[in-house]
Ligand binder design. Structure first.
Ligand code: ZN
Length: 109
């Protein structure tokens, strides 16, 4: 026999909706990213940039040049969408340094 009458609890009612909203926004962001990075304009710009800047700029500063594989937005694209095709906002990085930069940009909890 239950000790108390089951009651409807409001606090969790919104949680599902908030999670669904966050998932929806992440999905939209991902679709937007895919459209940008797969686009002909970015792919052309990226190739041209890599041909002019074949070395990772951070490795170069550290005195041991290595090939760049990533064209990075100095000011992140999500925060500065107006600079996404801006030549002066690009830098050539190796995979390791790009990973480090991404980690630096990640908001701390
Ligand atoms: Zn590097």
């Amino acid at each position: 026999m239950p000790r108390r009458v089951p009651t409807y609890r409001k606090p969790f009612a919104d949680a599902g909706r908030q999670l669904a909203r966050a998932a929806y926004e992440r999905r939209q962001q991902r679709l937007n990213d895919n459209a940008f990075y797969n686009g002909a304009k970015w792919r052309r710009l990226r190739l041209k940039f890599l041909m002019e800047h074949p070395l990772c700029c951070r490795c170069d500063k550290e005195g041991r040049p290595s090939a760049a594989t990533v064209v990075d937005h100095v000011k992140p694209r999500r925060a500065h969408p107006d600079l996404e095709y801006d030549w002066d906002n690009l830098q050539a990085l190796c995979a390791r340094h790009h990973g480090e930069k991404r980690a630096e940009e990640k908001p701390r909890p």
